[in-house]
Design a protein around this ligand. Structure first.
Ligand code: XCC
Ligand code: SF4
Length: 624
């Protein structure tokens, strides 16, 4: 099979070829065998009850057995994706809140409150007076308040008040301010059960409320509490791609989404006794690298190398150099189990919520997390002598990560007058044309990573400052777009700004829950003044050209509901219904001043984003 057809990433190509030679099946092999179903892909396959399943044509006459029309079915499916995505981000947040609570009470060895400044800020935004309280006392109150945001039945989520006033009014008018995180998700599932809510606009409005419970709720809680526990990111240099695996070290890969156990593994690998054990089996040391958003979390805060993005998880094992892979939740392919059995890798599931058949389960319990971490490291060391053929791709690239919204403030505004003023001024004077968020997954149905990099190159060449998160960030990093020298590829205006500050034209803002940082950054731009009074007025656009997960749909929906127009590539789950597509691609504008768009071609997507940014500039009277 032609590996070049899947991606231009040389490391990925080499490992696809290696697995093909060795008869090992990966996502790239399976995708060729699986045809997509047009009804499922366009959103009009309903399997919500067993009078069906029903595949419905969008001809104005066809309907499911219950009478449900194409737009109802597609809207229900879309909203269920939002609910699942919001649930994933929020359940992650819940776990972090529980760990913060235990840490504050001294019941989680290895965890402590690292960022008191953030703790104070978050406390105040949650309506807690921090004055006169000890660090742990305050952290306990913050954790308990965060936990109530999940089960709250009435009222409004606390972080909603962080949004620009005008945006809050839009939401209040529409009645879509989330009351409680769990409540909105449950109601979304209820409403999409057979025979409940069957009016697509009404469904989509609750889809927005549910998504907002993610962006301004679950995801934001995850990000903020993780910053409190592990520190708010600041710019940090690191390396990316499969070349970060070391031939003479015990390699441990952490993969998934929660940084909790990985932070403890980073502690454990510094343990002298374990290092001695590693040397005793002939290794020079222990190397930890990340995959997916776990990677992004510990990259942002610790500069831990990134082995790859979602589509490289099986390929990392195929190097034959990985002694242990530790996974928790989300984006973990079941195929990993099979691949691990072909090599000497021990794969560990660690979350009480996720197991894989035939895979070692060693549960992360935060009361004894450090012990679990050490046990994993010990077992990884024991695997080292079992290595057979090792083939690590040479490709690795430098990157800079760590651009939290606080950091953006500092680097642009300076240490003593940290503010978004310089960014706003540069947007107003046109050096920076606008801002684009390029986020989300990779998908083997399109050229892996190439859509991200083609799009981003086009954007920066046109003076658009790019913020990246998730697997999009990893893919851009692999191609050298996340270093200051990448400014050479930028248009003259953006280049001037980047060179003056010494920053890359593409800023790594973190994991997928860290898309909540982008909501805050957008809000800061509004609050700084000169670029409108609402997020929807800022020359700003979002996109996920290679998306695949339900979480991506939840993120897209909360961006749109927050006033940011969002483009997706690959395929779009409303295209089976003309009515619903008209709504998401246009009609939503009448409600939230933003909409979705679908564009599978990255260059065309860049043009659409630039045109959108230019239209916003024009409306603000800062035409270039
Ligand atoms: Fe998963 Fe977050 Fe998508 Fe990557 S970007 S494939 S969701 S790891 Ni979140
Ligand atoms: Fe078919 Fe209606 Fe049941 Fe869906 S809910 S499977 S459209 S009968």
């Amino acid at each position: 099979m032609k590996a070049e057809a899947f991606t231009s990433c040389k490391a990925t190509q080499a490992m696809i070829e290696k697995t093909s030679r060795e008869g090992v099946t990966t996502v790239f092999h399976r995708v060729r065998e699986k045809k997509t179903c047009p009804f499922g892909s366009g959103g009009t396959c309903c399997r919500l009850c067993y009078m069906g399943p029903c595949r419905v044509k969008d001809d104005g006459q066809d309907a499911g057995v219950c009478g449900a029309t194409a737009e109802t079915i597609a809207a229900r499916n879309f909203c269920r994706m939002v609910a699942a995505g919001a649930a994933a981000h929020s359940d992650h947040a819940r776990e972090v809140a529980l760990v913060l609570l235990a840490a504050a009470r001294g019941e989680a060895p290895g965890f402590e409150i690292k960022d008191e400044e953030k703790l104070w800020a978050v406390a105040q935004d949650l309506g807690i007076d921090p004055v006169g309280k000890s660090k742990n006392q305050l952290a306990e109150e913050v954790a308990l308040k965060a936990l109530t945001e999940f089960g709250q039945q009435e009222g409004e989520l606390s972080f909603v008040r962080r949004a620009p006033q005008k945006r809050q009014e839009v939401w209040r008018r529409l009645g879509i301010i989330p009351r409680g995180i769990d409540r909105e998700i449950v109601e979304m599932l209820h409403r999409t059960h057979m025979g409940v809510d069957q009016e697509y606009v009404h469904l989509m409005l609750h889809g927005m409320r549910t998504a907002l419970a993610d962006g301004w709720g679950g995801s934001m809680i995850a990000t903020e509490l993780q910053d409190i526990l592990f520190g708010t990111p600041v710019p940090i240099r690191a390396k990316v791609n499969l070349g970060v695996l070391k031939p003479d070290h015990v390699n441990i890969i952490v993969h998934g989404h929660e940084p909790l156990l990985p932070e403890l593994i980073l502690l454990a690998v510094r343990d002298e006794e374990l290092l001695a054990q590693a040397r005793a089996v002939g290794a020079k040391g222990i190397n930890v690298a990340g995959i997916c958003c776990t990677a992004n979390e510990i990259l942002m805060r610790k500069g831990v190398p990134v082995a790859g993005s979602v589509l490289q998880q099986e390929l990392a094992i195929a190097t034959g150099a990985v002694e242990a892979m530790v996974v928790d939740v989300q984006c973990i392919m079941q195929g990993l189990g099979q691949v691990a059995r072909c090599y000497h890798t021990e794969l560990f599931t660690t979350s009480s919520r996720a197991r894989l058949p035939g895979v070692t389960h060693l549960e992360f319990d935060h009361h004894r997390g450090l012990e679990v971490a050490k046990e994993i490291v010990r077992r990884a060391i024991a695997r080292f002598p079992q290595r057979r053929k090792v083939e690590i791709p040479v490709e690795e690239m430098d990157l800079i990560a760590g651009f939290s919204h606080e950091t953006i403030k500092y680097i642009l505004g300076g240490r003593f007058r940290a503010s978004y003023r310089p960014l706003n001024d540069n947007i107003i004077n046109g050096r920076i044309r606008g801002v684009a968020a390029v986020v989300g997954c990779s998908n083997p149905r399109v050229r892996f990573g190439d859509l991200h990099t083609t799009l981003v190159r086009e954007l920066i060449a046109n003076d658009v400052l790019v913020l990246v998160t998730g697997c999009a960030a990893i893919n851009c990093a692999k191609e050298g777009l996340l270093v200051p020298e990448a400014a050479e590829m930028a248009g003259s205006g953006l280049r001037e700004v980047c060179e003056a500050v010494g920053m890359p034209p593409v800023l790594h803002c973190g994991s997928c829950v860290d898309n909540s940082r982008l909501l805050i950054a957008a809000t800061e731009i509004v609050k700084e003044g000169g670029l409108g009074e609402d997020i929807s007025e800022v020359p700003l656009c979002g996109c996920a050209p290679e998306w695949m997960s339900e979480k991506a749909i939840a993120i897209g929906q909360y961006f749109v509901a927050s006033g940011v127009t969002v483009g997706f590539g690959v395929a779009f789950p409303t295209t089976g219904s003309a009515k619903l597509s008209e709504f998401v691609f246009g009609g939503m504008k009448d409600y939230v001043n933003a909409h979705w768009f679908y564009e599978p071609d990255p260059v065309a997507m860049a043009r659409t984003i630039i045109a959108h940014i230019d239209a916003k500039r024009k409306a603000l009277g800062i035409d270039v």
